[in-house]
Write a protein that binds this ligand. Structure first.
Ligand code: GLN
Length: 484
């Protein structure tokens, strides 16, 4: 059952091949047996899952079935879940139980899905390797000496290891796409504003966006259809209709114009990843696509601009964790000042502290214009590059990550090298565009990801482009050894 896609499981449930309870017990058993070696879950919500599964079975029996009724999934531990711990990978929220569900969680619950648990992540979604989690690193199921990517590393590892058919993620600078690439699964970061951020713990509010990690593009289309939509509780949510993302999956790609930015194929790109991406592009040519060489000249400014904007927003967002309102409070504070200092000092990890310090510095008077305002201007230039590119192409393709999964600990003490893992993904967040990563092949038995970037609200086109590739390739079907 665990090798079936959501689309296949949905048919099986409706045809009575198995019940949601059987399916849920099957995945819970796999998590209990196999996740010790991966650490992809922070919390397994067995009781809730079985209750939701029984409810789904009752709905199926009564004929009230939607496409996702009874489908198990996992939520990244950044989404607030009523009654189930939401830690955000941090000691700060180790004891936090939200009194409400994030909108995405609410919508997936309403669609009849079953929540298996909450997946591990970099602390407050800051990282590219899942090594900054308070709950320990996650291992990549393709080689447990390597990282799964981050920050949605638990979600990507769990989907790759067939511990869940789907997991949600969030992407501020690549955190859905990069772990999807490193673990050989499909990840979709929607257009900024497409999926509600209500109840999704904020890291950098102008960049954060939730989306699905699944095995296939078809599954991603089914999940996005439920997660997407206007939410009046999120002031940056956009009120535009949600299309049926599954309707155009098989549309013909003849004449599709694919832009290849020369900046995405230069120095720093692993040659094996480059080969896998070029081989994937050749498949598109066979399907009738036309390749257009393009340039995104401000690409080299994306990482520096991001590492001003994201820390600035993080320092503001994380000021709410002060020992008073949420989560951790130090023992026996002497006075208010001592409580603030020690609560934050004891409960935040090194990477989170580094970001808060950089952000507070960049926003301070005298430096604001030099750093924050400058970074916002660069951000505009980066958006303008994409705007121009989309005047002549339908989608942009390139690698998701410059390298395959790297060794655990390899970059942990070198933040700058770690930040460069997101060199191809970050510009997409700065511009607010939708992007996907799909399995494109393997380098020394480790997955390589193809990134597909679309124009605003063109998720349906991305899914179509990804789905057609998955109809003629089987990279996405390969299972890591030991998890068959
Ligand atoms: N790796 C990037 C960072 O550490 C992106 C993280 C994310 O997308 N949440 O900021």
């Amino acid at each position: 059952m665990h090798n079936k896609t959501i689309a296949e499981l949905s048919r099986g449930l409706r045809e009575g091949d198995f019940s949601s309870e059987e399916l849920t017990r099957h995945f819970l058993e796999r998590i209990n047996r196999l996740d010790n070696s991966l650490n992809s879950f922070i919390t397994v919500s067995e009781e809730l899952a079985l209750a939701q599964a029984k409810q789904a079975d009752a709905q199926i029996a009564a004929g009230e079935v939607g496409a996702l009724t009874g489908i198990p999934l996992a939520q990244k531990d950044i989404f607030c879940t009523d009654g189930v711990k939401t830690s955000c990978g941090s000691k700060m929220l180790d004891n936090f139980i939200a009194p409400y569900n994030a909108t995405s969680v609410e919508q997936l619950n309403a669609a009849g899905t079953v929540m298996l648990g909450k997946t591990n992540m970099d602390e407050f979604a800051m990282g590219s390797s899942n090594e900054t989690s308070f709950y320990g690193a996650v291992k990549n199921p393709w080689n447990t000496d390597t990282v799964p990517g981050g920050s949605s590393g638990g979600s990507a590892a769990a989907v790759a290891a067939r511990l869940t058919p789907c997991a949600t993620g969030t992407d501020t600078g690549g955190s859905i796409r990069q772990p999807a690439a490193l673990c050989g699964v499909t990840g979709l970061k929607p257009t900024y504003g497409r999926v509600s951020r209500y109840g999704m713990i904020a890291f950098a509010s102008s960049l954060d966006q939730g989306g699905p990690l699944t095995r296939t593009a078809e599954d991603a289309a089914m999940i996005l259809g439920v997660m997407a939509g206007f939410d009046e509780r999120d002031s940056t949510s956009i009120d535009t209709p949600v299309p049926d993302y599954t309707a155009g999956l098989n549309d013909d790609l003849n004449g599709l114009k694919i832009g290849l930015p020369k900046e995405y194929f230069g120095e720093g790109l692993d040659s094996g990843i480059g080969d896998a991406v070029h081989a994937a592009i050749d498949e598109y040519k066979k399907m009738g696509a036309e390749i257009v060489d393009i340039s995104l000249p401000n690409t080299h400014l994306a990482v520096p601009a991001y590492y001003v904007v994201a820390p600035a927003e993080c320092s503001s967002n994380l000021s709410r964790f002060d020992g008073v309102r949420f989560g951790y409070r130090c023992e026996d504070p002497k006075d208010l000042e001592d409580m603030y200092k020690r609560s934050r000092g004891e409960a935040f990890g090194a990477e989170v502290k580094r970001r808060i310090l950089i952000g507070a510095y960049a926003l301070s008077s005298g430096y604001y214009d030099a750093y924050y305002l400058k970074a916002q201007k660069v951000r505009r230039l980066i958006s303008a590059d994409f705007k121009q590119a989309f005047e002549s192409v339908d989608v942009i393709m390139g690698p998701t990550s410059p390298t395959p999964a790297f060794g655990l600990g390899e970059k942990a003490d070198d933040p700058i090298t770690m930040y460069l893992s997101d060199i191809y993904t970050i510009a997409v967040n700065l511009a607010g565009l939708p992007g996907m990563s799909i399995p494109a092949g393997f380098v020394n038995n480790m997955p390589a990801g193809l990134q597909i970037i679309g124009n605003y609200f063109e998720e349906a086109k991305l899914l179509n482009v990804a789905h057609k590739f998955q109809q003629i390739t089987d990279h996405h079907q390969r299972t890591p050894a030991g998890f068959e």
